[in-house]
Each structure stands twice: as structure tokens, then as C-alpha cells.
Design a protein around this ligand. Structure first.
Ligand SMILES: *Cc1c(COP(=O)(O)O)cnc(C)c1O
Length: 375
């Protein structure tokens, strides 16, 4: 089967085998060694010398942990969003009592750092900025380096949802002054869902010491104290830790630069293949994501996508039907549109365990399935 959703992603045999190992005492020496080695390897991929914690949850748990550990009720927060996941990060902060100012961009377009700058200049009391590095719902990657420069010019905390980018797209946590970076195991890490990974800067720790949002399971003070003993505060997803240890070895032996180049090459191949099928991409190549490609199911009349590259009289695609034909007749699983993009786009995940031949298979299946899904 070609599982081409932007998470969960396929796991290599090493990870599947590792998960078959017997349970061990999570308060024992053997688990301590695994946890320490996984944490050390994670820091290399995060490109940080700061702290990195493993949390047993999906990625959203990591986002919630970031909020409750850094903020207090009533704190003013700028939530930047250009899609469903950006909205979610802001929702979590709001739910815990932060005063959230929203800065929303059109879905399919990236965040404009200039606009962020204007809002920060006009709102001195904002404490932290929430941003999504790679917006999985629309298939775009934000210019985090530029956004970070702006946020740091105003000396605000920067909390980053990098759930679908870290380990696939370059994100030098320390060089870009990210105070918190969150990711999730089932995306670029090639292991099943079950772990969130979160990094903290020195500045994040200072904010943590003042932060008064309610927290128990997510408390980073507990995470730090237990990690010093080679443990996690609560029983961790031990099997996923085994798997992650094996895929981190794969990742570090491939090398970060090679991983980023592979994702870039495969994303470009996906976009070219989509265009040669006569379809339109949902976003422009200059900010299209290297981990997930969003394809328009409807013509974008008058939009920037209506260049000569695209057939003028573009038929509409029934996305649900397309996904069904791909799955039933070709063993290819794609993702459909989320929220307001339901029925308007479909998405192809190409992160983690992915090579050129996987995309060729998907494109060949699409060529055969599309005539059955024209509406
Ligand atoms: C997948 C994803 C999430 C949500 O992660 P879960 O593991 O489903 O909780 C959040 N943000 C982004 C950018 C994602 O890609």
C-alpha cells in the first residue's frame, strides 16, 4: 500500500521490528539509556543545544504543552495562521485563557512577515507569537527565518508548530531563535503516532518559571527533573521510543542535508508530475511545502494559478471519488481537504520514508483514476 497522507507516514522495517521488542521497566537502567540516547539524537535533528522532551501524545498534545508551560491566563498572544493548524494553535491558547489576537492569511498563501511586524509594532503588550512552520492543511511552508527575525526584533517569545516539517525541512532551532518547537512522531520521523517532541530555549525556561496556566501531565519542570534520572514523569510509549531510536539512526546516517535535499527533490517531482497531468497546484512553487503537496480540485479563475501552465477549461474533480478509486483500485491512500477546503483540494504526503519511485506510483495511479473522478 502507498500511504501518502501527511501523517501517519509509512514506517521502515527497522522501526516495525524494534516495536516488536518485549516491554522493559520504564524506571529501569535500560530504558534510561534508550531515553538519553534518543534525546541526544533528537537534539541533533532539532539543531539545538537546549532541552528536548518526549511527551506521550499526538502532536496536538505537544502544542498544548507549549501553551500551558509558557503562558499565564490573560497573557496577550499573537496567533498567526494560514490554515487549519494555525487556527488550532490559537484555539488552544484561547481555551486556556490567553488573550489571543489573530493574524489570519488566506488559505493557500504564506504568512507575510511584514504584516507580523506591523501588528507587533502596534501591540506592545504581546508576549508570545504562535506560528506554524509548515501548514499541512494547505501545503505551504512559511518563511520561519524571516518571521523569527521580526518576532525577535520585538523581543517576543516564538512558539513554533513544526509538526510536519521538523526532520524533513531545515529548521535550525537555535539559529532561528525558536523558543519552543513542537513535532510529532507520525510525520517525518517514520514511526507510528504516539510521541510529541518539544524543544525549549533558555528564554522559554524563564517564561516557564512565571507561567501560571494550569498543567499537570504536561509540566516541563517535572519532565526536566525526571529526564535527569533517565526517566519521563509518566509511563511513556515505550514501543514508539524503541522505533524512534532506530529511525533516528537512519536519519543521522543519511545526514540532515541529504534528508532536506531528498524532500525538496521529491516535492519538486510531485509538483511537476501534477502539472503534467493537467492539474493545478493549490499554492505557488516558491512557498509550496516539501512535505505535502496540495492539488486544486477546482479551477482557480483569476487566481495566480491561472497561468499558461494550466488548461483554461479545467474540469472539476470529485475529491471523495478520487480518493476512493485510488484506494480501492490502486492501493494508494491520499488525504482530502480539511475544514473549508473539503472537496476543494486533495493532498499527497511525501515526508519521512519516501523515494522517487513512490511518487511515480502515485502519479501513475492518479493518471488512471482521474477520468473516473471528473465531476
Ligand atoms: C499533524 C499536524 C498537527 C496535529 O498533530 P496530531 O498528531 O494529529 O495531534 C498539528 N500541526 C501540524 C502542522 C500538523 O501537520
Amino acid at each position: 500500500m502507498q500511504l501518502r497522507t501527511p501523517g501517519p507516514t509509512p514506517c521502515p522495517p527497522q522501526a516495525l521490528q524494534a516495536m516488536g521488542k518485549q516491554m522493559i521497566n520504564h524506571r529501569g537502567k535500560e530504558f534510561g539509556e534508550i531515553l538519553n540516547s534518543v534525546t541526544t539524537k533528537l537534539k541533533q535533528v532539532f539543531q539545538t543545544t537546549g532541552d528536548v522532551f518526549l511527551l506521550t501524545s499526538s502532536g496536538t498534545g505537544g502544542l498544548e504543552a507549549a501553551i500551558v508551560n509558557i503562558l499565564s491566563p490573560g497573557d496577550r498572544v499573537l496567533a498567526i495562521s494560514c490554515g487549519a493548524f494555525g487556527d488550532r494553535f490559537g484555539d488552544i491558547a484561547e481555551q486556556y485563557g490567553a488573550k489571543v489576537k489573530r493574524l489570519n492569511f488566506e488559505w493557500g498563501k504564506p504568512v507575510d512577515p511584514e504584516a507580523v511586524s506591523r501588528v507587533l509594532r502596534a501591540n506592545d503588550d504581546i508576549k508570545a507569537v504562535l506560528v506554524t512552520h509548515n501548514e499541512t492543511s494547505t501545503g505551504i511552508t512559511n518563511d520561519l527565518s524571516k518571521i523569527s527575525s521580526v518576532v525577535k526584533e520585538f523581543d517576543k517569545l516564538l512558539l513554533v508548530d513544526a509538526i510536519s516539517s521538523l526532520g524533513c525541512i531545515d529548521l535550525p532551532t537555535d539559529n532561528w531563535h525558536c523558543d519552543i518547537v513542537v513535532t510529532g512522531s507520525q510525520k517525518g520521523w517514520m514511526v507510528p503516532p504516539g510521541l510529541a517532541m518539544v524543544s525549549l530555549s533558555e528564554k522559554a525556561w524563564q517564561a516557564h518559571n512565571q507561567a501560571r496556566m494550569p498543567r499537570y501531565y504536561w509540566d516541563f519542570t517535572k519532565a526536566r527533573d525526571y529526564l535527569q534520572k533517565g526517566q519521563t514523569p509518566w509511563t511513556p510509549a515505550i514501543s514508539i521510543c524503541y522505533a524512534l531510536s532506530s529511525t533516528l539512526d537512519l536519519m543521522l546516517s543519511e545526514g540532515l542535508t541529504n534528508i532536506f535535499a531528498r524532500h525538496s527533490r521529491i516535492a519538486q517531482m510531485t509538483r511537476n508530475g501534477i502539472r503534467s497531468l493537467g492539474l493545478s497546484l493549490f499554492s505557488e512553487d516558491s512557498y509550496a511545502s516539501n512535505t505535502v503537496t496540495a492539488v486544486s480540485a477546482v479551477g482557480r479563475k483569476g487566481g495566480k494559478n491561472d497561468s499558461t501552465d494550466y488548461p483554461a477549461a479545467e474540469p472539476q474533480i470529485d475529491v471523495a471519488k478520487l480518493a476512493q478509486v485510488l484506494r480501492d483500485e490502486h492501493d494508494v491512500v491520499i488525504a482530502t481537504g480539511q475544514g473549508r477546503l473539503a472537496g476543494k483540494i486533495f493532498r499527497i504526503g511525501h515526508l519521512g520514508l519516501v523515494k522517487e519511485s513512490d511518487i511515480r506510483t502515485v502519479l501513475e495511479a492518479l493518471a488512471k483514476a482521474l477520468p473516473k473522478a471528473r465531476s
